[in-house]
Design a protein around this ligand. Structure first.
Ligand code: PRP
Ligand code: URA
Length: 207
């Protein structure tokens, strides 16, 4: 599927196995989610626009390549935070903006409750981060809000996706890249991904 990247690295898949396992306790779940986040971030930044510059080594000038734009990670609270707990290890330069969006459990509609973003979003490569792409209501709401605030270079990072959510996100953002470690079977009548991993936020934070 165009612009959809399924991350099948064996170690990423091993972390996903830990996340799916219902006997995984929350400290281990949280660690595995952070580690999977590293794989996804690594893949999602692989073809970032770059610029050339020169640096001085102790022995003389050398050409160097660095990202052309600043990097902004935008985890959707709560569970998105779990996917970026280790991001510092590969993206120490990233800024982190927060969107609080809770899915109404009856209507399945996203309800925003927090927005903390830097100004002038057009200067960033922006990554919307949320482990679960279920109906995609939350990711679409986040993407639309970020575009309204000026974001131009937007990518989506998920641990796993339902086909219904992936289709909806692609319809809303046909030109933006989407990264996920799994494409699952379907959504159940409560909007949960099957087989999925359960409630990502509750499993990650233990409540
Ligand atoms: C979960 C998940 C996503 C959303 C996905 O969040 O972390 O944000 O549901 O569902 P959607 O694709 O149908 O919108 P939830 O609302 O349970 O909040 P939480 O992370 O605070 O637990
Ligand atoms: N949110 C979750 O945490 N899990 C799902 O399966 C769907 C939405």
């Amino acid at each position: 599927m165009k612009n959809v990247h399924l991350i099948q690295h064996p170690i990423a898949q091993a972390r996903l196995a830990t996340l799916r396992d219902k006997t995984t306790p929350h400290p281990e779940f949280r660690r595995a989610l952070g580690q999977l986040g590293l794989h996804l971030l690594h893949e999602a930044t692989a073809d970032l626009a770059v610029k050339q510059k020169r640096v001085r080594t102790p022995l003389g000038p050398a050409p160097a390549t660095v990202p052309a734009r600043e990097i902004l990670l935008v985890p959707i609270l709560r569970a998105g935070q779990g996917l970026i707990t280790l991001a510092d290890q590969i993206l120490p330069e990233a800024r982190i903006g927060y969107l609080g969006i809770a899915r109404n459990e009856t209507t399945l509609q996203p309800e925003g409750y927090l927005e903390k973003l830097p100004a002038r979003l057009g200067r960033f490569d922006v990554f919307v981060v949320d482990p679960m792409l279920a109906t995609a209501g939350s990711a679409i709401a986040a993407g639309q809000l970020l575009q309204k605030r000026g974001a131009k270079h937007l990518r989506f990072i998920h641990a796993l996706a339902a086909p219904e959510g992936l289709r909806a996100l692609r319809r809303a953002f046909p030109k933006n890249q989407i990264f996920t470690a799994a494409l699952d079977s379907h959504l159940n009548e409560n909007g949960y991904i099957i087989p999925g991993l359960g409630d990502a936020g509750d499993r990650c934070f233990g409540c």
